[in-house]
Write a protein that binds this ligand. Structure first.
Ligand code: SF4
Length: 354
């Protein structure tokens, strides 16, 4: 039966399916789980599990490393300890606490989700129900429903794709991680430990994050190495995912300080990505006086773009500022929500003026 599923799922493109029967899958699950119980990192959302903690951690961990998330999670749980407190919070306070984590739509969606949850008579449990909430996609819905409610839903993300591609020496070439996760979904579901789906999923995530690393995987200490076809050849060669070429973008910004007031731009409430956040304004949106002087440039990458940020100093014709622009007293800079890089640039430049 299992072999049939595997064959159907992967269209015979994997090197070997032979030998995988119910017993071998059970052994795989047991080895994975005992390793997880013994070796897992003691993370706050795992040690004191709760639905709210699981949801918050899943939102924060999207595109972000555990080590970065840890201090944010601790602060968040102190400030907003449950759905009710979060639902009643001001959006600017929510964004302020998220400041530096990036991808701010996660904070806004988490805030909206809390507002929706507190209005419900009962807490949803199934993956399909969780998928209805803002910001909850296929991965987060499987993670939340399996970890908090033991729903039999397998998670698939880049880490899980990597593990399974190596276990089976998957020769397919994927257009991107999204395609790979989609194509691996049936296979990973057939390996799910139905007695303990939440811990099984967390064990796979932990294995991908700490042992089956993209570069130099630690096969010698891997709990599932005996089932892994790639371990003796070239594990790093799997999976094969075409990398998109990053687009080069240059953005010119203005740092203008006048009478201890800094000119900032606030993204409107309906902006798709950075709604409500302040940043250094773009040069092209302002009427400037004189010749701008380059203060510094910084490189950064956001999703598919390589961005070169050029920060200029110049005088502004401030009698007719375009909408969203305003002078903010430097004494109040700490209060306004700003993305991590902008905060760092602003603080560096202000300190140079003092
Ligand atoms: S044996 Fe190596 S390549 Fe295979 S799953 Fe374990 S860490 Fe990954």
């Amino acid at each position: 039966m299992l072999e049939k599923i595997l064959k159907k799922t992967i269209h015979n493109q994997l090197e070997s399916l032979s030998g995988w029967d119910e017993q071998k899958v059970k052994k795989f699950q047991q080895n994975l789980l005992s390793w997880y119980y013994d070796q897992r990192r003691r993370l706050p959302w795992r040690e004191k599990p709760s639905l709210y903690g699981t949801v918050v951690s899943e939102f924060m961990l999207q595109q972000t490393r555990v080590s970065t998330v840890l201090p944010y999670f601790e602060r968040w749980m102190k400030e907003f300890p449950d759905f009710k407190v979060l639902a009643g919070a001001d959006e600017s306070d929510v964004l302020k606490l998220w400041e530096g984590l990036g991808y701010y739509s996660r904070a806004r969606n988490l805030h909206k989700l809390a507002k929706q949850i507190v209005e419900l008579e009962s807490i949803p449990q199934t993956r399909a129900e969780w998928l209805e909430f803002p910001g909850v996609g296929p991965y987060a819905s499987a993670a939340i429903s399996s970890i908090a409610f033991e729903e039999p839903e397998a998670v698939v993300d880049g880490n899980v794709v990597r593990i399974f591609a190596r276990l089976f020496k998957d020769q397919r070439e994927y257009k991107g991680t999204a395609e790979a996760t989609k194509k691996m979904a049936t296979l990973t579901q057939s390996f799910l430990n139905l007695d303990n789906p939440g811990d099984h999923n967390q064990a796979l995530m932990e294995l991908g994050a700490t042992v089956c690393l993209p570069k130099k995987p630690l096969c010698l200490i891997c709990p599932v190495s005996e089932c892994c076809l790639a371990r003796l050849s070239e594990p790093e060669a799997y999976p094969t995912i075409k990398r998109r070429v990053k687009r080069q973008v240059i953005v010119s910004r203005v740092f203008s300080l006048s009478n201890r007031k800094l000119l900032l731009y606030r993204h409107p409430e309906d902006a798709p990505r950075l709604a409500g956040l302040y940043e250094l304004p773009k040069l092209e949106s302002l009427v400037i006086r004189g010749r701008p002087r380059l203060l510094f440039s910084r490189a950064r990458a956001i999703s598919n773009e390589k961005i070169k940020e050029m920060i200029y100093n110049t005088d502004i014709a401030d009698n007719d500022l375009p909408s969203g622009h305003s002078w903010v007293n430097v004494c109040n800079i700490d209060e306004v929500p700003m993305s991590g890089p902008h905060r760092a640039w602003v603080m560096e430049l202000i300190s140079k003026q003092d």
